[in-house]
Design a protein around this ligand. Structure first.
Ligand code: SF4
Ligand code: F3S
Length: 380
């Protein structure tokens, strides 16, 4: 039963119940959050069961979210809306209180203007601001206006009243596609306009909806944004390189590469490094959290090289088919330049040969005695 003052309705669990969302679906969503964010969230730090996580999240209040679009293609929203089984978009939109979003609301013109004003005033200091798209800065921001005001001014005004800001996608994080050279509008990311705000960057073109979900739930339940790296990306989703956990990595390490789209090696699923894959220099979780709940639905999974969309100065900067340098080893390229299997130092193949050659000496050093031969080992 909802409380007399309606507080139960304001909790996530209360709202889901009112909307007819079953506990089963909610627990299923929580289990997906645990898969998507196995580490790096305070929310899941105690390794709860999905049911316990649902209890924890269910008690939190639905965070008010204002979602503004700037120079974007709406692809980030699209990637959210295209989720399924269960309809994650539906669940996310029930978990949050989306008080303003130009793409999803019916209002337009003066009504939309009033809706933004109301959402910001009623939740001042408490709402989460999601920004999708880059912000044009040249010529006092005249290249994009909202209700007659330059977008940059709207961002400053609304952003100053937000409790936290989520820069959704590469454009909002650091300019992305809109900032590609020669960047005629001076497009840039939110962080460079509001450097002192509480911002988390979710770069990607588009970012994975579960990354947004994990971030929003951490804020709603724990009252803070997730732990981030030096580029303000949440560690739970951007702690490793695509290359570190790519299913084609074994081919890379063995020196098996596709060299042309559609060639025999491409058909065999060999590594795409020589076709320009930027996985070795790009941090994101795409290789383990596929899109739209469809297995292998991510760039490398469908045979296209990662173009580094979530890495600043890589995607939209380095040409798509150009190979990147790995681990800062100069001009070395595979097979001479590929890294050691299990290496923590990023040494190159040449070094691997030296490393292998020194194996007996290292073994003796480790055991304080010469390396045992096989016969001696069998006796033990
Ligand atoms: Fe995967 Fe690309 Fe790395 Fe090859 S270079 S293993 S395709 S991430
Ligand atoms: Fe982007 Fe590469 Fe992932 S292009 S979507 S970071 S595989």
């Amino acid at each position: 039963m909802p409380n007399v003052d309606g507080t139960e309705k304001k909790t996530i669990a209360g709202h889901l119940k009112n909307c007819g969302v079953s506990r089963r679906d909610f627990v299923q969503l929580c289990s997906m959050v645990m898969v998507a964010a196995p580490a790096g969230l305070a929310l899941t730090a105690d390794n709860p069961t999905p049911a316990k996580l649902a209890d924890k999240i269910g008690k939190a209040k639905r965070p008010s979210v204002v979602w503004l679009h700037f120079q974007d293609c709406t692809g980030c929203t699209e990637s959210l809306l295209r989720t399924s089984k269960p309809d994650v978009a539906d669940l996310i939109l029930n978990v949050i209180s989306l008080d303003y979003c130009e793409t999803l609301m019916a209002a337009s013109g003066y009504q939309a203007e009033a809706a933004l004003k109301q959402a910001v005033e009623e939740n001042a200091g408490k709402f989460v601001l999601v920004i999708e798209g880059a912000i044009p800065t040249k010529e006092q921001g005249i290249y994009m206006k909202l209700a007659g005001k330059p977008a940059i001014d709207v961002l400053k005004e609304v952003g100053s009243k937000a409790a936290a800001i989520i820069a959704m996608g590469s454009c909002a994080s650091w300019g992305g596609l809109s900032s590609t050279s020669p960047n005629p509008t001076g497009a840039t990311g939110v962080d460079s306009i509001l450097p002192n705000a509480a911002i988390v960057n979710l770069p990607g073109c588009p970012p994975n909806p579960y990354t947004l979900l994990g971030t929003v739930l951490e804020f709603a339940t724990m009252g803070k944004l997730p732990a981030v790296d030096e580029k303000k990306r949440p560690l739970f989703a951007y702690d490793r390189l695509i290359h570190d956990h790519c299913p084609r990595r074994a081919h890379f390490d063995a020196g098996r590469f596709a060299t042309k789209f559609g060639d025999a090696n491409h058909s065999k699923g060999y590594c795409l490094f020589k076709l320009g894959c930027k996985g070795p220099v790009t941090k994101n979780s795409c290789s383990t959290r596929h899109f739209n709940e469809i297995p292998d639905c991510w760039p490398v999974g469908i045979g296209a090289p990662c173009f580094g969309c979530s890495e600043q100065n890589v995607g939209f900067n380095i040409p798509a088919y150009e190979t990147v340098q790995i681990h800062g080893v100069g001009a070395a390229t595979p097979p001479d330049g590929y890294s050691l299997v299990g290496s923590t130092t990023g040494k190159i193949g040449v070094a691997q040969r030296a490393w292998s050659a020194s194996r007996p000496a290292r073994s003796a050093e480790r055991h304080g005695q010469p390396r045992r031969n096989c016969k001696a080992a069998k006796k033990l």
